[in-house]
Each structure stands twice: as structure tokens, then as C-alpha cells.
Design a protein around this ligand. Structure first.
Ligand SMILES: [Mg+2]
Length: 266
């Protein structure tokens, strides 16, 4: 099988960002050559440290599907022709950050929203509970802008204006995300599945795990979709022919669900 997984509140704890509990299982998946593909709204800088820390070698998806990152040592890296960054190819799937920031800074958006680009690292740290160093990597955007509307009532206006400008708004765990239209996690997973297939590296079912609305397009592509509950919140409403609802939030819900699927396979 192949596993596509969201990170925040799916693989790692929603409030404490912990994931020690999944580490041994991920090691086992790597040993069994089961690809684990991170699919996140996080930036390249944020995701790459987790990717390395978990010892993963597969491609990963950053900024909600804004781009695909392929380690240069990976066989699938040969097809890509993008410039290198720290041993990774970064393939854009939509508009870049400068174009998105121009929209945020435009006259019609004035006073409507606050994006990461408007905040200092310590302000981002305060809003997210991240350390200042982590907030700095969270601010290194390439394809999307997390934001909060200055008033919740502004959101429909922001969404409509974004669509008119060729962008889209999606909801993540804590923030809304402004990014290219037609960019989502499902689109990125489609592209990757196609490549895995062409490289003869796709066998068995496609598993996808997520907790948020922005994960649903990814879950829709999977043979088995796993919804992880967020502490104190109901599951996202979602229908899928093979839907598993994890009993516990991340990271425990992730570990239990993947273990169950592994045992089923044997
Ligand atoms: Mg999440």
C-alpha cells in the first residue's frame, strides 16, 4: 500500500505537535517499503525537518498542494527539471508567493485580512504556539498565504475577491489559506499517484489520512480514507465507500488506524 497523510492534527498532536508515538510505526513502514507521503499545508522549510527527522525518503506535498517536493535521490526526481534546494526538487503546481502577496496588499483587500507576510515571526509564534524559530520557517512561504480575516464577516468578500483574481481560499486547522485556484491536496495526490504508477511503484491500496476540510479532496482519491478526530470537535462530514473514523486524535489515532490497516493486509 501507499500512505498519503496530512501532518497537523493527523500525524502530530493538534496542541502539542508531538509525534513520538508514531515514530516506531513509521520506521516499520519504511522497512516494509510502504511509501509514506506527507501532504501538508506546511511550508517546505517546516516539512523538510519532519521528513528528515522521521527518516522518510518519498516525495512530499507542501502548502496545501501548491507544490511537490522530491528528494533528488528519489527515482522519481529524474523526471523533474526544477532548480534544487538543499537536495530537493520543488515543483510548483500553482502561482507563486509574490503574486499572492500582491493580491493581499492590493487596495481592495486593505483592512480585510492579516497574512503571515504582515506579521513578524514572534507574532506568528504567539498566534500558533510555535517557537520563534519554528514561526520563522512557517513564514517561508513559496505557494500560499495563511491568513485570518480581520472580522469573520469579511470572509465571503475575501473569498469572492480571491476567486475573481484567480485565487482560492481554503480552510486549514487554524488559518485560512489563500492560494492558486484549482490547487488542493487532491490534485497533488493525483499527480503523484500517476507518477508512482508509471514508475511501477504503486501496488496495493491507496490510504489517505486527514482531519480537516482541506484534506477531503485527498481522502476522496484514496481506496481507504481515514478521518482523525480533533480534540473536542466532531468529525468533518464526509462520505466515502471505505471510510475509517479513528477513535482518538493525533498521534494516537494515526498509529491505531495504520496498524489496523497493516494487520488487515496480512
Ligand atoms: Mg490537519
Amino acid at each position: 500500500m501507499i500512505i498519503f497523510t496530512d501532518i497537523d492534527a493527523t500525524l502530530i498532536g493538534h496542541d502539542d505537535y508531538r509525534y513520538e508515538e508514531v515514530r516506531p510505526l513509521i520506521r516499520r513502514l519504511i522497512e516494509h517499503r510502504i511509501p509514506v507521503v506527507l501532504v501538508s499545508s506546511k511550508t517546505f522549510a517546516e516539512t523538510v525537518s519532519l521528513h528528515r527527522d522521521l527518516g522518510l525518503t518519498e516525495p512530499f506535498v507542501v502548502e496545501n498542494g501548491g507544490g511537490i517536493v522530491i528528494p533528488t535521490i528519489h527515482p522519481m526526481a529524474q523526471e523533474a527539471s526544477e532548480p534544487l534546494r538543499q537536495g530537493y526538487l520543488i515543483e510548483p503546481l500553482g502561482p507563486n508567493y509574490a503574486a499572492i502577496r500582491r493580491f493581499v496588499a492590493s487596495r481592495r483587500m486593505k483592512g480585510r485580512l492579516t497574512g503571515f507576510g504582515d506579521l513578524t515571526a514572534s507574532e506568528v509564534a504567539q498566534l500558533t504556539g510555535l517557537s520563534e524559530e519554528e514561526a520563522t520557517t512557517a513564514k517561508e512561504r513559496i505557494f500560499s498565504e495563511p491568513f485570518l480575516p480581520k472580522d469573520p464577516g469579511y470572509l465571503p468578500f475575501i473569498e469572492a475577491q480571491a476567486v475573481e483574481a484567480g485565487f482560492a481560499v481554503t480552510r486549514g486547522g487554524r488559518f485560512h489559506h489563500l492560494m492558486g485556484a484549482e490547487i488542493d491536496k487532491g490534485h497533488a495526490v493525483d499527480l503523484l499517484l500517476d507518477r508512482y504508477r508509471r514508475n511501477g511503484r504503486l501496488s496495493g491500496p491507496v490510504i489517505a489520512l486527514g482531519d480537516g476540510k482541506n484534506d477531503l479532496p485527498m481522502l476522496a482519491r484514496a481506496d481507504v480514507a481515514v478521518l482523525i478526530p480533533r480534540p473536542g470537535l466532531p468529525h468533518e462530514p464526509f462520505e466515502h465507500p471505505h471510510l475509517m473514523r479513528a477513535e482518538h486524535p493525533a498521534p494516537r489515532g494515526w498509529r491505531e488506524s495504520v496498524e489496523r490497516l497493516l494487520y488487515k493486509q496480512r
